[in-house]
Design a protein around this ligand. Structure first.
Ligand code: ADP
Ligand code: NI
Length: 202
């Protein structure tokens, strides 16, 4: 099987698993991360096939999205065996997938892991990142913002999103992040302005 067909098989697998997601981890998140990862890999001289494959699959079996991750991981193993990848390619894809999560706060060991982690983090900032954060907060029943409690989505900007720009591994991702980071800052400024609008003008 050609590399292009192998990637198409992975894409179809992901399409089936993530179509109904409403937490900001839908199929289009996987598509954006896959395309970004390929672009960053080409710029950085990483293995673009491994990066794109791991990016398509990076949220497969995530325990916050799947109630039974073990079942999904077995399905993934079957897929990877079926599409005539070498054992070395399978190991590299799985290593990069494990390296991705920013929740677990690990630094990837391989360049491919770094590329995919950067691609995933870039999709958490900018306009789409903002939309995803509120989708996630909404799906978890959290308020947009609250003056007395911390468990609101604006808090997530301070906990994670504003820190992404300074923690990217590749210069290609750092360049893409500049605009996106500014969008976060402008959004917060405007948000507070509107929040306080009636106080100042009422
Ligand atoms: P990972 O899948 O790498 O572990 P996360 O699950 O922490 O990463 O984040 C993935 C997406 O979910 C990001 O867009 C992030 O902003 C969003 N997200 C995660 N936690 C929260 C939260 N507490 N509030 C709002 N959005 C969140
Ligand atoms: Ni992701």
């Amino acid at each position: 099987m050609q590399a292009k067909e192998q990637l198409t098989e992975m894409k179809h697998f992901v399409q089936r698993l993530f179509t109904d997601d409403i937490t900001g981890h839908d199929y289009y998140h996987m598509e954006r991360v896959a395309h970004l990862a390929r672009f960053i890999a080409e710029e950085e001289g990483a293995d673009s096939f491994i990066c794109e494959a791991a990016a398509w699959l990076h949220d497969v079996g995530d325990d916050k999205l799947f109630p039974k991750p073990v079942v999904i991981e077995k399905e993934l193993d079957v897929l990877l065996q079926q599409i005539s990848l070498s054992q070395q390619q399978i190991r590299a894809i799985k290593q990069a997938m494990q390296d991705v999560s920013f929740r677990k706060g690990k630094t990837p060991k391989t360049l491919e892991g770094k590329v995919v982690q950067d691609a995933d983090r870039l999709d958490a900032i900018g306009a789409i990142g903002i939309a995803r954060a509120f989708a996630y907060g909404g799906a978890k029943g959290r308020p947009l913002y609250h003056e007395e409690i911390d468990n609101h989505t604006i808090q997530h900007f301070y906990d994670k999103l504003l820190r992404i720009q300074g923690n990217l591994h590749t210069t290609t991702a750092q360049t893409i992040a500049e605009d996106r980071h500014q969008v976060l800052e402008r959004f917060l400024e405007q948000f507070y302005q509107e929040w306080n609008y009636t106080l100042k003008n009422g």
